[in-house]
Design a protein. Sequence first.
Length: 277
Amino acid sequence: MQTKESITRLVRWLCRKLCFDELLVAFTILIQVLNDELDDIKPRSDFQQKHPSYRKFIVDPFPPLTEALPLPKVTPELDFKELIIEHRRKTGKDLKPVKRHKNSQLPSLFARCEHCNAPAKYLYVNDGQKNTQLRCKVCNSLFSSQRTRKESNAEYWCPYCSRALYRWKSDGTCIIFKCGNKACPCYLRNFEKLNEKEKQLQKTGMRSQFKLSYQYREYHFTPAELKTIQPENRNYSFNNIHNTFNTVGLVLAYSISFGLSSRMTRNVLQYVHGICI
């Protein structure tokens, strides 16, 4: 909302430019606008001011990753040797390796516990024939026996959370890839920027109108389509214009710079400047 001082400056400027009768005409037009009697003059909506992030186009500064990042190496936080000594102190017995059954699944000979670094003789398969989980007899921890990322057909990955981007939209010339991770740092940061009204509006089915997740647009243009389009070479003449250059400048200023319609431009010239065209 405009401050009282800025509106006062606008009124003071109008009073310098208009006489009493012209101010009455302007006041009459304002009354018509407030009563919604004019189709071509409407008050500016305050929706965008209350929801500044609504449909706000933002280009993410970082390009997407073209390949998945390697999984981080797990560093054991315990020492299996110390745990075995602690077990002997508490029970008075040595911790023996796993006793294998005849047809049981065996872990890899090179497998190590991710939590205490215990060797394979203290590990056993925890999920039978699947052979995807191992449990350590020393620290009783459960971990994956196949710590590898599943194969993905994704073309790009998020630079913030390394998740694969999925194809969200496509219009023939552009494909939009989007990160679907709601725990992504980019999503969380943008969500915190929303005010309370925007957060409530987001819950009403207008979630896609707020740019929260990381997005990447892949455009498909040929070099010929990227050539600059130039206007046709035409010779323009002001000889047929029956108004002064000052009037032409006012018309261009109101219609182009301020975006007024032809009717509004004509009314401004007539009621404000006393020029009939």
